[in-house]
Design a protein around this ligand. Structure first.
Ligand SMILES: Nc1nc2c(ncn2[C@@H]2O[C@H](COP(=O)(O)OP(=O)(O)OP(=O)(O)O)[C@@H](O)[C@H]2O)c(=O)[nH]1
Ligand SMILES: [Mg+2]
Length: 262
């Protein structure tokens, strides 16, 4: 992916990661609601091989680390806890920007098995952006204590993404998580996340816009999600999307999506 001449935000962060002394073959993001055990998973995976720093230009602290599994070296980024990616807070913006424009090779969404329903909101939003998603179903010991049983197989089938049960505090399941990540990133095993469908008029507009985006840009971000956000008219985000798309331009646009100034 190209870099802006004067890198800022996500591009500055990626530049910093790229030029760090550590080699890596893939970038994995850890996302999730606050307090679901993301940092515990992060620490379990990276051990002491980690650094924290500020997100360039914002006062959000972000940890990045590295680990090795089955001969592969991976970089892991511990994103701020968020309930949504329809970003209002700075934390939400940072998490969203990383997932959308950082093009991580996989996103692990860490969920709290004791209140899965609330956590699914963010999981579904991430699944709209990328098909490279794995769910880490954490705090299973707490769920068990509260006599909550989760049918993992069914959840996996319904969502269309791998679901890995963990008790991160005891390191339980973290090896399985690492293997699932490698399978997705290096084994070419893509997930097929369930698609959220909207009403007829919106779907019709989306079909048109998605075709245009696909013809003009090569992106790892789902064009359907980009089209949805362009239709949202969230102007600061639209500006970021345009800048991102300009990095991924296939050829000069003959026409622009309606209402969007390039
Ligand atoms: N019982 C139990 N506790 C856990 C588990 N995983 C994490 N915890 C605990 O849950 C608390 C929150 O964990 P963190 O890793 O800080 O959660 P986080 O998602 O990084 O939180 P934020 O960064 O604030 O969003 C800590 O006290 C952990 O020790 C687990 O599987 N079982
Ligand atoms: Mg944390």
């Amino acid at each position: 992916m190209g870099m802006t001449r004067k890198a800022s935000g996500i591009y500055a962060f990626l530049e910093e990661l790229r030029t760090s002394s550590q080699d890596y073959q893939a970038i994995v993001a850890l996302a999730g609601n606050p307090n679901t055990g993301k940092s515990t998973v992060f620490n379990g995976l990276t051990g002491l091989n980690q650094h924290t720093g500020n997100w360039p230009g914002k006062t959000v602290v972000l940890a990045k680390g590295f680990y090795r599994h089955q001969g592969k070296q991976l970089a892991l980024v511990d994103l701020p806890g968020t309930y949504s990616l329809l970003a209002q807070s700075v934390e939400e913006q940072v998490a969203r920007d990383f997932i959308c424009f950082g093009e991580p090779d996989a996103v692990v969404v860490v969920t709290d098995a004791t209140c899965l329903e609330r956590n699914l909101n963010l999981a579904l939003q991430i699944m709209e952006i990328t098909s490279q998603v794995i769910m880490c179903l954490n705090l299973l010991d707490e769920a068990k204590r509260k006599q909550i049983q989760i049918d993992r197989e069914k959840l996996q089938t319904l969502l269309g993404i791998p679901v890995i049960p963990t008790i991160a505090r005891n390191q339980d399941g973290l090896d399985d998580l690492k293997t699932a990540i490698n399978r997705m990133v290096f084994g070419g095993e893509s997930a097929h996340p369930r698609t959220v469908r909207y009403d007829h008029d919106l779907e019709a507009a989306l079909t048109e816009l998605v075709a245009e985006l696909e013809a003009s840009f090569q992106t790892r971000v789902n064009p359907r999600w980009l089209a949805l956000r362009l239709l949202d008219s969230d102007y600061p985000l639209v500006k970021k999307i345009i800048s991102y798309l300009n990095h991924n331009r296939r050829h000069t646009l003959k026409s622009t999506p309606q209402g969007v100034k390039l």
